[in-house]
Design a protein around this ligand. Structure first.
Ligand code: F3S
Length: 389
């Protein structure tokens, strides 16, 4: 890989041990994937923020690293294992909190913004079309590539942190235009109400590592958020191309090797297979974190209804969005907890609940494994009806 004179100096340790370790990681990745050079990035987004996912070894690594290095570009952090203000009422114990506090402190020293969200693009870290970025959170990378038109690979936590410190990433994968062209075309005739997340869930399984071209109904930004999160959870690809059915797009389809259709019946069958039962300890909404529009829509629906209280309810969002929606939060709080900084997957949910219902395709993948939950998929509307009367 070709390095500039300054990059060579960093690699030789002339700008400190922390920057040396960071560039070593980027160069090693670049060599593995055949990158020709490092390229500047507009921002980074770092995962590996919850004590539940990184453990004691992660704390020691971050504390050590935080004395030696600092981010040089805008960099934000993924959700933590708790709400920084309401962790006690969530049911998180003192020990988890104190470990989480050490992680937060180390990331602050590293110069990573305390955004604590998987939707940084709704909370101040929103890249522009064509910008190269180094983001780690899978749902955010797919949104950035597919909806915002930015360019990023799905980084690991350490590589996103290294990119934040150097301000560069290795140029391979989705940073190269030739790897962003669709290889499979999937026609979706219709998506039943509330099943957009499952359309992503099914498409991810079909597409695997191939960038899919989705020809189907138009999607709102929030639907793209839910679709992409599920697609990146069941598939290994961090990008799709969306074409609204019947509209001219100008998308280059010369690289498409296979075409197929995804009938509505398959989405209904997927919903049925993920339905589970009606016995829930927790209803979890906000994977990925809710947008202001989603909070508004749910508050409007619930405003004149009363809570049922059959199960706990979590609405997860970023603190930035939370601060913008005081009236909606006041309504939602009558029905459950509106949590910031965290989510149902990276919080230690397994210590609190056993059975969780959610409207998220991504949560259907990770709650049974990372969260040890028995899950039930329901549409957002069905969940709101279930928690209210
Ligand atoms: Fe976000 Fe947690 Fe889902 S990080 S995408 S709410 S698993």
């Amino acid at each position: 890989m070709h390095l500039t004179a300054q990059e060579e100096r960093i690699l030789a340790g002339e700008e400190g041990h922390g920057r040396q370790k960071a560039i070593e990681l980027l160069v090693a990745l670049g060599d593995i994937y055949g990158a020709r050079r490092l390229i500047p990035i507009a921002s980074a987004q770092v995962s590996g923020a919850s004590f539940k996912t990184i453990g004691d070894a992660g704390i020691l690594f971050l504390e050590d690293f935080s004395t030696e290095a600092k981010a040089t570009v805008t960099a934000s952090l993924n959700p933590l294992g708790l709400d920084m203000k309401r962790w006690r009422s969530m049911g998180v114990d003192e020990e988890f909190h104190s470990k989480q506090a050490r992680i937060v402190s180390a990331y602050r020293s590293l110069g990573i913004d305390p955004l604590y969200s998987c939707t940084p693009y709704l909370a101040g870290n929103r890249p522009r079309r064509g910008q190269h970025i180094a983001w780690a959170e899978s749902s955010a990378t797919v949104f950035a590539n597919s909806y915002l038109g930015a360019m990023t690979n799905r980084e690991g936590g350490p590589s996103a942190l290294a990119a934040a410190i150097i301000g560069k990433t290795a140029e391979y994968g989705l940073h190269l235009p030739e790897n962003r062209t669709p290889r499979i075309r999937i026609e979706i005739e219709e998506i039943p109400e509330g099943l957009v997340p499952l359309a992503g869930y099914v498409v991810g399984k079909i597409a695997g590592k191939r960038v899919p071209l989705i020809s189907g109904p138009s999607l709102t930004p929030d639907e793209h958020k839910a679709f992409g999160a599920a697609l990146a959870a069941t598939g290994a690809v961090s990008m799709y191309v969306h074409a609204q059915k019947g509209k001219k797009t100008g998308i280059d389809t010369s690289s498409v090797e296979e075409s197929m259709s995804l009938p509505k019946t398959e989405l209904v069958a997927c919903a049925e297979s993920l339905k589970g039962d009606d016995q829930w300890d927790l209803v979890a909404i906000g994977c990925p974190h809710c947008s202001a529009a989603e909070l508004k829509r749910m508050a409007k629906f619930l405003k004149n209804r009363r809570p049922r209280k059959d199960s706990d309810v979590w609405f997860c969002t970023s603190r930035t969005v939370f601060a913008k929606c005081p009236n909606e939060i006041a309504v939602l709080k009558r029905f459950g907890k509106v949590l910031c900084d965290t989510c149902m997957v990276v919080a230690p949910i397994e210590k609190m609940y056993k059975r969780t219902a959610s409207d998220s395709g991504k949560a259907m993948v990770y709650l049974p494994t990372l969260g040890k939950q028995r899950t039930s998929f329901r549409t957002n509307r069905a969940l709101l009806e279930a928690i209210s009367r």
